[in-house]
Design a protein around this ligand. Sequence first.
Ligand code: ATP
Ligand code: MG
Length: 396
Amino acid sequence: MSNLFKAFLIKYGEIGVKGKNRYMFEDALMKQIKYSLRNVDGSFNVHKEQGRIYVEAEGDYDYDEAIDALKKVFGIVGICPMLQIDDNGFEDLSKQVVDYIDRQYADKHITFKVEARRARKNYPLNSMEINAELGHVLLEAFPELSVDVHKPDVMLYVEIRQKINIYSMEIPGPGGMPVGTNGRGMLLLSGGIDSPVSGYMVAKRGVTIDACYFNSPPYTSERAKQKVLDLAKIVSQYAGPIKLHVVNFTDIQLYIYEKCPHDELTIIMKRVMIKVAEGLCEKTGAVGLITGESIGQVSSQTMQSLAVINEAATLPIFRPVVAFDKQEIIDLAEKIGTYETSIQPYEDCCTIFVAKHPVTKPNINVIKGSETKIADRIDELIRTAIDTAEVIEIEG
Ligand code: ATP
Ligand code: MG
C-alpha cells in the first residue's frame, strides 16, 4: 500500500515565515530534510515549488523509514503522502481517484469533499469543475459515501501541476522551527536524563546545537563518555550535526576538592563548568548556554543555587525543563529515544566529587570567598581545559 506514495507534500508552520525570513526558513527546512533522509534506504529529491516543499522518491524506497526521518525534522507540521500521476486526461484522473479512495478507505461510510487546485491554468477544467466532477464520480462508484463541504471526514486534495498530486492524509510532524534559523547554543550535555531533552527542546526552536561534556578520567570511565556520545548521536538525529567538546575536567575538580569546603564543591564546580562552556562558545559562536537544570530536583538546583550558578555566567543560560516534573522530562526522553541510554548506570563526574550534605541555599558572598582559595591557578586551568578540549563531530 505504501508503495502507492512516491512523494510527500511537506506542510510547515507560518510563524516566522513572513517576508525575507520565508526563504531562510524554507532553505533551512530543506537542508534538514535532506540531512534526515540521508540514511534512509532510497534516494530523494527535495524541492520547492510555488511556495511549497515536496519530497519525491526516485525509485524504490523504504516508506516507514522515510516517514520516521521526516517526523524528526523541526519545522514540519504535517507530512502528506501523495499519489503522483501523469496527466493522461480527466477520465484517467477519475479512475485513479476512485482507485485511491478504494485502497485508502476500507470503510466507505464516510463524508468527503474534493478540493482541487489548478496550478497549471491550461488544464481543460477549472477547480470548481474538477471538484464537482470528481465528487460525482466518487458518489457513483461508492454509494455509501456522502459529501460534506463543511466538516468532511476526508478532504481529498487534487493538485494539477506538471504532474497531478492526490492526497488526503496528513501525518503530524514535530512542529517547531528548522534548525539553523535561530542562532547557536552550547548544550552542557551530561549522561543524565535531563540535558539531552533540553538540547532537543532548544533545537526545536531552530537553534543549532553544540555540546560540551565534562569528563574526569580516571574517576569516570570510558563507558560514561561513550554514553554521552551515544546521547549526542540521538539528539543529532533531530538537531543536525553536533560538535561535541569533551573537556578534561579532572585537574579542575581535584584542585577545587583540595582547596574548597566540601559542602560547596558541587556549586563551585558548576560555576567553573559555566566559565569553561563560555570559553567554548567563543570558539563556536554560540550565544547562550543550555542545561538540564530543573528547580528543586537536587540540592544544586534550588532557586538559590541556580542564582549562584547564574552569577558565574555572562551569557544567558537557557533551562528549558526548569519547571518540568521529573516524570514529564522522562516522558519526553522516552518520546525522543534518549531515555534507555540515559539510565545506563555509569558515573558522571559530579557524582564522584559530591559531599554528603551539600549546601542547598548557597550565599554568593560565601561562595566567592571560598573561590579566593582557588584564585591562584583556576584561570590558567580553565584556559587549559578550553584549549585542550577534544572536539568530536557527531551525526545522528
Ligand atoms: P542530567 O539529567 O541532565 O544529568 P541532573 O539532574 O543529573 O541532570 P546535575 O547533575 O545537577 O543534574 O546537572 C545539571 C545540569 O548541569 C545538567 O543537566 C547538565 O546540563 C549540566 N551538567 C552536569 N554534569 C555535566 C557534565 N559532566 N558535563 C556536561 N554538563 C553537565
Ligand atoms: Mg546528571
